[in-house]
Design a protein around this ligand. Structure first.
Ligand SMILES: [Fe+2]
Length: 216
């Protein structure tokens, strides 16, 4: 993707000169919808419950002992905070992002989830990433993404380009169209370009026009 650099990115070859945490281990949600959450994470991540009692459930889907813990609140409490799922639209943590190793895997996951009725609230090529945003039953937003550039350094350079300055949010995509193109033999590198997910004859929202009440 051609970029027109305006400022220089930091050199990411320089590692921090101190001991820092190695990786994200897990997150914990206080929920009055533990049953729905366990089912949803079971569909989306293939999560398995490694322990569950009246107070808590631990779930994992990979080498970690637990990736997600649910602190169980009494189910009637779901009615006490009707606006809780709107909080992230205005303040605090907005979303957690998860990388897929390829566009094909991201899109196959999209198709699999669509077939069980789980659809993204937003599908966009941001420029640095191609992303599908989902919301769990508590309204916690998860971004499923694939990197559009092969290295973090190239992405850092893109952040400092004129193209990014002119449209820092990206262009909405039609994931079904991307999947059709992939199955028709299009190269992933081509499909990762902004605009590649716009079906001919349609227009996709770009930059600030991608932000609606649903995607906010
Ligand atoms: Fe993100």
């Amino acid at each position: 993707m051609p970029t027109d650099e305006t400022t220089s990115a930091p050199d990411l070859g320089q590692l921090p000169d101190r001991v820092v945490p190695a990786f994200i281990a897990h997150w914990v949600v206080k929920t009055a919808r533990s049953k729905e959450m366990i089912e949803w994470y079971g569909h989306v991540f293939g999560a398995r419950v490694v322990h569950e009692d009246d107070q808590i459930a631990f779930l994992t889907w990979d080498h970690e002992s637990h990736r997600l813990a649910l602190v169980k609140l009494p189910p009637p409490l779901r009615h006490v905070f009707p606006l809780a799922r709107l909080r992230r639209k205005t303040y605090g943590i907005d979303h957690l992002a998860f990388t897929f190793p390829s566009l094909e895997q991201l899109l196959l996951s999209y198709e699999r989830l669509k077939n069980v009725g789980i659809k993204p609230v937003w599908s966009i090529n941001h420029g640095p990433t191609t992303s599908l945003y989902y919301e769990d039953p508590e309204g916690i937003r998860l971004e499923f993404q694939v990197e559009n550039f092969p290295t973090a350094q190239e992405t850092a350079d893109y952040f400092n380009s004129r193209e990014f300055a002119e449209n820092p949010i990206g262009v909405n995509t039609d994931p079904d169209y991307l999947l059709e193109r992939l199955r028709a033999g299009a190269e992933e590198a081509v499909l990762l370009r902004r605009g590649a997910g716009t079906r001919p004859g349609t227009t996709q929202r770009a930059n600030k026009r991608t932000i609606t009440w649903k995607t906010l």
